[in-house]
Design a protein around this ligand. Structure first.
Ligand code: ATP
Ligand code: MG
Length: 340
């Protein structure tokens, strides 16, 4: 499909979509998002129905700038297409364009305890650093449960940071089914086989993230090659000199080996044997990442010239997501005693 055409080939029926991944428009997409979330989604779309959505409602749970959320949502959708999401195979849409997410969110709040939401580690961590905590930060895991249950997703690839939220979705779904009759498919968490946790190059103890403060240790997918190279060459390692894969004692080197392995294939341990210095490893990792990003950045540049096309893809995806979501909301309402 070219950047200027409208999606025409039929999607798999929305109701059979089974694997779901969401990205929050809170910053520019980074290498961890690509390796841990986007690439697995691209690979999965050829074997199972997949759903990718831009979780813009989740971006409102903390202080946000409306113009930036709007901009980042389109940027991220464009990047997902550039990275290989095929709208004929995957359902791709923006969360707020499918009101069934918010509708199911409320219905599920009626099956979730205050204590359950309050116990979430991420709520405790994020609320501790803010002066004015939004109520939506507390209920965010219930919206996440709605995202998952809306499309009967069976598999949800999540990073370790989302494990507790996924567990809450399972608990709420099971409780609802027991109390009101079989309504929801119980989802299962799956950890990506490789690269489930790319670490920050400047701080190998912290996960690389798109909203990390300075961004010095984050490789953004739109970083030009010279910036990627600079960030990789400056990556924090230990003071040793021989290259070995020892994640517990040498996390910085292990992270570079994992990034390299994710880009070129092979195992980090085997790859380590091919290098006699950190400098060599860094050069190879920089080269591998720029080679991985080059074609994606080229496609991105083409797609970014035609935002109308990207918007059409998203509108088409939202329409299909609404069809699928409306069935779930209908089922849920009936079970709860609504819709007399
Ligand atoms: P934020 O800093 O705003 O939380 P993020 O970069 O962590 O942003 P999310 O939108 O929270 O991105 O997550 C999107 C997807 O990317 C999730 O599936 C998440 O597990 C995955 N992901 C995020 N960071 C990494 C990482 N460093 N390594 C592997 N996967 C990651
Ligand atoms: Mg995150």
């Amino acid at each position: 499909m070219t950047a200027t055409s409208t999606p025409t080939r039929p999607l798999p029926p929305a109701a059979t979509a089974r694997r779901l991944t969401g990205l929050k428009p809170t910053g520019h997409l980074q290498l961890g998002n690509l390796l841990g979330a986007i690439r697995p989604l691209v690979a999965d779309q050829y074997r199972t129905p997949t759903i990718g959505f831009l979780a813009d409602l989740h971006a409102l749970t903390v202080t946000h700038d409306p113009a930036r959320v709007r901009e980042l949502t389109l940027e991220q959708a464009t990047m997902l297409l550039a990275a290989g999401i095929d709208p004929d195979r995957s359902m791709l849409y923006v969360q707020s364009q499918v009101p069934e997410h918010a509708e199911l969110h409320y219905l599920l709040e009626c099956a979730t305890g205050y204590g359950e939401a309050h116990r979430m580690i991420q709520f405790k961590e994020k609320s501790a650093t803010q002066r004015q905590v939004r109520l939506s930060l507390l209920t965010y895991p219930v919206l996440m449960a709605a995202d998952i249950l809306l499309h009967d997703a069976q598999e949800v690839p999540v990073g370790e940071d989302q494990g507790q939220h996924l567990e809450l979705a399972r608990t709420v779904a099971a409780r609802f089914n027991a109390r009101y009759g079989e309504t929801f498919t119980i989802p299962r968490a799956v950890l990506p086989r490789v690269a489930h946790r790319i670490m920050d190059l400047a701080d190998p103890a912290a996960k690389m993230g798109k909203s990390n403060a300075a961004g010095a240790g984050t490789i953004f997918l739109l970083d030009p090659p010279e910036i990627v190279r600079r960030k990789v060459l400056r990556a924090v390692t230990d003071s040793g000199s021989t290259v070995a894969y020892e994640p517990d004692t040498r996390p910085g080197v292990a992270n570079l080996l994992e990034i390299l392995a994710a880009c070129v294939g092979g195992s980090p341990t085997e790859l380590a044997a091919g290098f006699s210095s950190y400098g060599q490893l860094k050069n190879a990792a920089a080269e591998a990442v720029t080679a991985l990003l080059r074609p994606i950045q080229l496609r991105y540049a083409g797609l970014a010239r035609d935002p109308g096309y990207v918007r059409r893809v998203l509108a088409d995806g939202a329409e299909r997501a609404r069809e699928s979501g409306a069935q779930t909301v209908h089922r849920t309402k009936r079970a709860l005693g609504l819709l007399v």
